[in-house]
Design a protein around this ligand. Sequence first.
Ligand SMILES: Nc1nc(=O)c2ncn([C@@H]3O[C@@H]4COP(=O)(O)O[C@H]5[C@@H](O)[C@H](n6cnc7c(N)ncnc76)O[C@@H]5COP(=O)(O)O[C@@H]3[C@@H]4O)c2[nH]1
Lengths: 179, 179
Amino acid sequence: NVAYGLAWSYYVGYLKIVLPRLKDSIEEFNRTNNNLLKWKETWKLHILIPLSCEIYDDLQKADSNIHFWRDLPELRLDQAGTKGRVYKQNVYEVIDEDRKLNYCIVEYATPLKTLFTMSHDESAAFSREDRLEQAKLFYRTLEEILQNSKECAGSYRLIVYEESGASEGHFLSKEILRH
Amino acid sequence: NVAYGLAWSYYVGYLKIVLPRLKDSIEEFNRTNNNLLKWKETWKLHILIPLSCEIYDDLQKADSNIHFWRDLPELRLDQAGTKGRVYKQNVYEVIDEDRKLNYCIVEYATPLKTLFTMSHDESAAFSREDRLEQAKLFYRTLEEILQNSKECAGSYRLIVYEESGASEGHFLSKEILRH
Ligand SMILES: Nc1nc(=O)c2ncn([C@@H]3O[C@@H]4COP(=O)(O)O[C@H]5[C@@H](O)[C@H](n6cnc7c(N)ncnc76)O[C@@H]5COP(=O)(O)O[C@@H]3[C@@H]4O)c2[nH]1
């Protein structure tokens, strides 16, 4: 099952590496950024899981109320023969309905991009119906793996939604702030 | 099928991005490194695929005849909400049986690390027999995807082997140089 493996891969190859270090990374960021991320509830990686698998490389294109602010400190690790492989997350500024600025760490769940591409490649033998089913399986599997992971407890927020990006201009920023 | 999705993910999320740019990256490296990679046959990403899924994060630990030399120029791209995500490969120095120095770009196929970890986690319901079967499926799927990819033609070398790293001290360097 494609999505089962992608959820495991996302955990083993990324979340298990970065989530336990996120707190330290944020504290280091705050020291040089005037304590910008002061609310401890925002000390989480917000992971966007659109079941449509519609992924924007630039979050500002998904919602003009979301702006790139700054990078968190990079993590460099030797991984599978790549010396000093770089892992990093970004801090985004999100404008709410009262025009107030909020700051959070957010990104899409990268494996959904693979599901999207597979459903558009004839040689992958993967239909759009398969894709929705696999996106749901990805979410359920990931949720279960993370719930059983002591190292990652409290450091993430899964934001799953079925809405298409085109439906309402500021759907995504509202969804992120709701969490 | 776990490995089928991992092969697609490896292609869509990495090889399709870096392989078409590899030639330019090597030319830039050569300008500032005295034309070190002069043989065009080495202008490829050598991808190590141990069917045992035994992956070393540090290639020198896999074979003391392999030494990290230098980084290729980094590629920074916006990907799935991560602004300026970093992709890079390394140049390694490989000592051959005549004690001559050879230079090449090499790394393990990272998704095999996921297969290895899954086979050791009870909740993944994934045995060591499954793992070997999936490693072979990963290789077959990846080979087929890459053969059909015009953008990646001539820029990679798949080095698949069944040997365990422990069997013979310089097995890996010989295997890389053989290719
Ligand atoms: N948001 C995000 N930031 C990251 O730095 C990152 N690194 C990995 N991942 C995702 O975690 C999972 C496990 O990663 P793994 O390294 O085993 O497989 C990776 C790896 O084999 C290869 N790859 C991707 N980026 C690199 C890279 N920079 N160097 C080497 N290999 C890479 O291609 C696979 C698919 O990558 P993505 O499709 O980007 O998503 C991965 C994957 O879903 C990331 N996700």
